[in-house]
Design a protein around this ligand. Structure first.
Ligand code: SF4
Ligand code: SF4
Ligand code: SF4
Length: 797
């Protein structure tokens, strides 16, 4: 019997002993969802559903583990010594334990973004409702590439984001479960789980960013987003200063609203550190950015802020102690960092303001972001009236006294992560030469470790900053406000040249400020690629530091290079969570340009990106677990990353063995053959020790098997030129990437053909300057590579 039920009340009379089972109710929205694209093979993938793809990657890019520590004390059967092939009491070996720790680090990072996303979505739904539309404008039709690719829906309203987060949270918990003692015994299974976490992280970041972009009217993919003042010296210290620190815009936005609603925006300075600063300037371009995490101690110790408001992530765990020493009240606003402060969310603001201004309370916890604005502004104004003007950091006399107390014992140098020669700077300063302090300041991450070991209790950080104050305040510049997603039209314009290789690559500087040397190295690295017409797309702390330095004409990189997603342009997508727009751009190339199906089709899209899209991440100063998770998410998507030397402490890299021919195979859909290819990209995660090495690695990692001969020629030209320029020699592997004489850089063709003949034994027809024998494979313009059987079978029919 067919029974058609329509909307309304229906009555089934006269029916006895009939049980009616109602399956899942499909609503109109779900019906429509079916229409936009057929569902791919892996909607909401479970933790093992993409294991086959991970295994394929990990066969080629075998994890290499750094010997950071070789014991484990995660459970009470330990501590267990795991060196020299020993196993823990639970049976785990060193490799698997390292992979477990990597998974844990990624879980911490992804959970931070996910909790942030949940907080934002929850807040925005309360304010604007479930049905508030996700509309990124006509130029951005593929609004959420990560969500479409992984979860398999096209989110249309804020409420849709909740179910995406439900899925992410569930899988994060499932993977956390796997890190309990006595679970996996193969390190590759943990690595696969770390990759799953990284992928989920990009989904969560996308949720967070598109929610705030649509609800708070941030720039919508605007290449001409406003230029923002950035740097220690941009603060108007004559005004009361509110310093906001962290990653969650909500309290800072409320402060900004309060200032505007009360006509105080020109009376009070709101400035930020880290991603809260970036997002505040997306909301209000008049807000200012002091800098990255490495500016936190600088900013607080200067004594300039009148009140400090913290939210979550990458905030020093001594913020309250440091502020209290200087009488700066702290307003903590996040459940993630309550700082031991009393919860005064529901108290009368007059009482709270009074307590903070009088010093009766060093700080308060206000959990409702909507209540922070009034309190922060009123406290800043009152404190400023009270405190008057003091010299930043210390007086000249105090500086001299502190310097004179130094004995040159070098304890500070050994404690410093960069072994900065504070002793020498102190000694030179005693003779009136402060220039060494300026050099120290350039590389100092203001971690304060030196102070902890100084037997004379010298306020070393304050001394460094005071002694180099002139240059510290001169480091100011402009950063283009985070523009959010890349437009579909931009992807259409650059898709073909990226895949052909004629745009030599996309470089994505996306990391923290734990740099190995001077902070301006990141500018030097990136400008090299901008001049060479690579696309540069940045986010987070790197995006800030790229704007911090001016050239001799007084221009920062954002003023010199346009903000489009195009060759020779510098795009800032926004804060950490906007990293999802960078992975999203790679996904969109596969979908919009190559028309590969996107919906729930992760492995195919990642395989496409790995083989065709010459995109590489750069995390030059990585330190956080979020950076670990973001990079691992990029790796699963087929995007390699170059990381600075401190990243060795993440414990593992993914480096291919270029000499193992059997690792470098693909299926060619055109010829229907399985064949060997040149080893590109030859790593998924690689540590560079110096900026010179990083530049050369970045250029090489843009090479892809599907490059056309024109593209390969351009990429090889950059690779060889950069190696000669920065390392003083030809790279030792350039010949591996040559398929035909047309791949060779034009200016060096004869020289390189000669080397191929003489040093590598290739056969050359000199009358035609043609390669007759030698390459790993011949060039084929229709070459269509994949490393996935299912993709091969799908397209090679
Ligand atoms: S988890 Fe295993 S290796 Fe670690 S302490 Fe416990 S028993 Fe030892
Ligand atoms: S504060 Fe600066 S000088 Fe001191 S240990 Fe940290 S990086 Fe080194
Ligand atoms: S530890 Fe203190 S006393 Fe020793 S060299 Fe450093 S600043 Fe001077």
């Amino acid at each position: 019997m067919d029974l058609e039920l329509r909307e309304g009340i229906f009555v089934l009379d006269e029916m006895r002993n009939v049980s009616i089972k109602i399956g899942r109710i499909i609503d109109e929205e779900e019906e429509k969802e079916k229409e936009w694209e057929p569902l791919g093979p892996t909607p909401k993938p479970h933790i093992l559903d993409l294991r086959h793809w991970d295994r394929r990657l990990l066969e080629r890019y075998e994890p290499i583990y750094a010997p950071m520590q070789d014991f484990c004390n995660l459970c009470t059967m330990g501590p267990c010594e795991l060196s020299q092939n020993k196993e823990g009491a639970c049976g785990i070996d060193l490799k698997t334990q390292k992979a477990r720790l990597v998974t844990l680090a990624c879980l911490i990072g992804a959970s931070s973004h996910t909790a942030h996303a949940r907080h934002l979505v929850h807040y925005l739904i309360e304010k604007f409702g479930h049905d508030y539309p996700i509309d990124l404008g006509g130029d951005i039709n593929v609004e959420a590439p990560n969500i479409r690719l992984v979860f398999g829906i096209k989110p249309k309203k804020l409420g849709d984001l909740e179910k995406v987060l439900d899925y992410v949270e569930q899988d994060l918990v499932r993977i956390l479960h796997t890190t309990h003692t006595g679970q996996e015994e193969d390190h590759l299974d943990y690595e696969s789980k770390a990759m799953h976490v990284g992928m989920l992280d990009h989904v969560a970041m996308e949720v967070a960013d598109i929610a705030q972009v649509v609800a708070f009217n941030y720039p919508l993919g605007d290449p001409n987003a406003p230029l923002i003042d950035i740097g220690f010296g941009v603060l108007e210290t004559e005004k009361p200063v509110i310093l906001v620190i962290g990653h969650n815009i909500l309290p800072a936005r409320n402060i900004d609203d309060y200032l505007r609603e009360h006509g105080l925006e020109d009376e009070v300075e709101i400035a930020g550190l880290c991603c809260t600063a970036i997002d505040t300037t997306r909301y209000d371009p008049k807000a200012k950015i002091v800098g990255t995490l490495s500016y936190e101690l600088r900013a607080i110790r200067s004594g300039i802020p009148d009140v400090v408001v913290t939210d979550e992530q990458c905030i020093r765990a001594d913020t309250l102690r440091e502020c209290s020493k200087l009488g700066i009240p702290v307003i903590a606003s996040s459940e993630a960092a309550a700082r031991g402060l009393p919860d005064r969310t529901h108290e009368n603001p007059d009482v709270i303001v009074n307590d903070l201004v009088s010093g009766r309370a060093k700080g308060v916890l206000i959990r409702d972001p909507d209540k922070v604005g009034e309190i922060a502004v009123r406290v800043a104004m009152e404190i400023r009236k009270k405190k008057g003007k003091k010299p930043p950091f210390m007086s000249e006399e105090e500086l001299k006294t502190e310097i004179d107390r130094c004995t040159g014992c070098m304890n500070c140098v050994f404690a410093c992560p960069h072994n900065l020669r504070i002793d020498k700077a102190m000694s030179a300063a005693k003779d009136g030469d402060f220039s060494v302090f300026k050099t120290v300041e350039d590389s100092c991450i203001a971690c304060g470790r030196c102070e902890q070991v100084c037997p004379r209790d010298i306020r070393i950080v304050d001394v460094i900053m005071k002694a180099s104050y002139d240059s510290l305040v001169r480091k100011t510049g402009k950063m283009r406000a985070g523009r959010g997603p890349i437009q579909d039209t931009e992807i259409r314009n650059v898709g073909q040249p990226i895949v052909m290789g004629t745009i030599p690559g996309i470089i994505a500087p996306i990391g923290c400020p734990n740099y190995p040397k001077a902070r301006n190295e990141i500018v030097e690295i990136i400008e090299e690629f901008l001049k060479r017409k690579f696309i540069v797309v940045s986010s987070g702390c790197h995006a800030m530091d790229l704007g911090m330095y001016r050239d001799e004409d007084g221009k920062s990189l954002y003023e010199k290079y346009p903000g489009a997603f195009d060759a020779g342009c510098l795009t800032n997508v926004g804060s950490c969570v906007a990293n999802s727009h960078i992975s999203g751009a790679a996904i969109k190339v596969a979908n919009i340009f190559a028309m590969r199906p996107l919906r729930a089709n992760y492995a195919e899209i990642a395989d496409y990106i790995l083989n065709r899209v010459g995109a590489v991440g750069l995390a030059w100063g990585p330190y956080s677990q979020k950076a670990a998770s973001i990079a691992t998410g990029f790796n699963r998507l087929g995007v390699p990353a170059v990381v600075g030397p401190h990243a060795a402490k993440y414990r593992r890299a993914f480096i291919g063995k270029v000499w193992k021919k059997e690792d470098w195979w693909v299926y060619d859909i055109k010829s229907k053959q399985r064949m060997y290819v040149e080893p590109c990209p030859d790593a998924l995660l690689v540590v560079a020790e110096t900026k010179e090495e990083a530049i050369v690695q970045l250029a090489r990692l843009c090479i892809r098997p599907a490059d056309t001969y024109m593209g390969r020629q351009i990429k090889l030209t950059h690779y060889i030129e950069l190696s000669k320029k920065y390392l003083g020699c030809l790279p030792d592997d350039w010949h591996l990437y040559v398929r035909t004489e047309a791949d060779l850089p034009l200016k060096m063709k004869d020289e390189l053909l000669k080397i191929l003949e003489e040093e590598h034994g290739w056969k050359i027809d000199w009358s035609k300057k043609k390669i007759l024998e030698g390459p790993i494979r011949p060039y084929d313009s229709g070459f269509n590579p994949t490393i996935l059987e299912e993709v091969f079978e799908k397209y090679a029919r």
